[in-house]
Write a protein that binds this ligand. Structure first.
Ligand code: GLU
Length: 485
């Protein structure tokens, strides 16, 4: 019987999680859910100079926000914890010591300066760079001499001659000649473990069956396999590796801050829905077998297989993500739309959050739901309804002060003042018959002036609905005020 699937997401939070990390997390999660397996979340925080508590909390928060709930990991615990590597240091020390006893590893006393000098010589001689094995077989006398000099020793894994071959579930058989995989450091001089030791030990101890992760880690795999061997792990207990292709920027360059690789926190602030991010990232490098652009989390878990992950790099496309976000926003029931939009409106101080304001926001949302692709656009669209000291935006001012616009506004005021029913239909009727039919103006010109006078901007939700929401008094006051500018 096949072993139950256990798949982990194991970031090193040296900053906020980025698009690439999250796509890995999403695939890990989807694979676990698809197979009915367990999704583990492990924080790889052994590099204390770069990982901070703040980044760890942010990573936890981001995963939760995205809805990628883990079955084992920080805060929820689990049978194989702790899930923060900084709380597992004794375990790594134990294994490093054991490897030394088994002669799989050795103490290396070379100083960084010496290593650099030899690397330089290797470069000059055109031989593969890497540790040259100098400390592999030190005599007790040599060790004693180094110790007398006060040198600290790192622990280095002995890499035997030969090669490592494994089958990657995405790219097939992969082989690494050990000439290019020199003896590597497992633990620093102060005993703290390096990534390769901790990740390999934990994947085994946590009974991880599948390692789905970024392609950048492909070349670390032979080193991890070497650690499994030293741990005495049976071949059938090695996890299956699946290296996900890179996410490239729009310009085909490696994803960077410049072309979309900003933190997920940024997308959150900018008003993207978690489902939109997950929907977009799911289809980035994976396909359900058709060319759909919308997928729900439920469908993803039903359909996700590693076989359908594309092995060539995927290209990040902000426009596509925005389009998907717009679709998801439009599909939101009004109450949910309100819940999402409110924090953006209070953050921008458009409203303070009184029940009256919230009621008005609720009636205004349907007119912007079709028009926004991010929640961060909502404040600018709705602020005309709430501003205390209404003014017209500076760059729109000239478009209401010319004599043509004044004529339009005068006529609009005259037609709107006697209206008894103030509905978008009655407003539209009055303005169309007077400004378009009788004055013979083009709608863009006629309604443009009224729009600026009433909303203060050339960009607003639909004009007649906006005026209905604003109310008769305020609308007429604003038109009158524009007339005397
Ligand atoms: N902690 C590693 C990183 O963030 C990834 C570990 C792994 O997936 O093997 O780069």
């Amino acid at each position: 019987m096949a072993k139950p699937v256990r798949v982990r997401f194991a970031p090193s939070p040296t900053g906020d999680l980025h698009v690439g990390n999250i796509r890995t997390a999403l695939f890990d999660w989807a694979y676990a859910r698809h197979t009915g397996g367990t999704f583990l979340f492990r924080i790889e925080d052994t590099d204390t100079t770069r990982v901070t508590d703040e980044y760890i909390s942010a990573a936890i928060d981001t995963l939760r926000w995205l809805g990628l709930q883990w079955d084992e990991g920080p805060e929820v615990g689990g049978e194989y914890g702790p899930y923060l590597q900084s709380q597992r240091l004794d375990i790594y020390t134990h294994w490093a010591q054991k490897f030394i006893e088994q002669k799989d590893a050795y103490h290396c006393y070379c100083t960084p300066a010496e290593l650099e000098e030899r690397r330089e010589a290797q470069r000059k001689a055109h031989v593969a760079p890497g540790y040259d094995g100098k400390c592999r077989d030190l005599t007790p006398e040599q060790v004693a001499a180094y110790k007398r000099q006060g040198r600290e020793a790192v622990i280095r894994m002995r890499m035997p001659d030969g090669s490592t071959t494994f089958v990657d579930a995405i790219r097939g058989e992969v082989s690494f000649e050990h000439t290019f995989v020199p003896d590597f450091v497992l633990a620093r001089g102060d005993g703290s473990p390096l990534y390769t030791l901790a990740v390999a030990v934990d994947d085994i101890l946590m009974k991880v069956t599948h390692v789905l992760r970024g392609e950048d880690l492909l070349s670390s795999t032979p080193r991890q396999i070497r650690v499994y061997q030293a741990m005495g792990v049976a071949l059938e207990d090695y996890p299956t590796f699946a290296h996900l292709p890179f996410v490239m920027g729009q310009d085909n360059a490696k994803l960077s801050k410049r072309n979309g690789e900003v933190s997920i926190a940024w997308y959150r602030e900018a008003g993207f829905l978690p489902e939109a991010i997950c929907n977009y990232l799911a289809l980035l490098g994976w396909s359900p077998g058709d060319d759909r652009e919308n997928i729900t989390m439920k469908e993803l878990t039903e359909l996700f297989t590693v076989e359908r992950v594309n092995s060539s790099p995927a290209r990040f496309d902000m426009k596509k993500l925005e389009a998907i976000n717009g679709d998801k926003i439009r599909a939101l029931p009004l109450d949910e739309f309100l819940t999402w939009a409110l924090p953006f409106l209070t953050r921008e101080k458009v409203i303070s959050g009184t029940p009256e304001e919230i009621a008005l926001v609720k009636s205004a949302l349907p007119i912007i739901q079709e028009r926004i692709t991010r929640f961060s656009e909502a404040p600018a669209m709705l602020k005309f309804l709430f501003v205390k000291n209404f003014t017209i935006e500076a760059d729109s001012l000239s478009k209401v002060t010319d004599s043509g616009s004044k004529d339009v506004l005068k006529r609009a005021l005259a037609e709107l003042t006697p209206l008894t029913a103030w509905t978008h239909e009655s407003i539209e009727g009055a303005l169309r018959s007077s400004l378009i039919e009788e004055m013979g103006l083009k709608p863009r010109i006629a309604f443009g002036s009224v729009r600026i006078a009433v909303t203060g901007s050339t960009i607003s939700p639909p004009l007649f609905e906006s005026m209905e929401l604003l109310g008769k008094n305020a609308s007429l006051e604003r038109i009158s005020a524009a007339l005397v500018l």
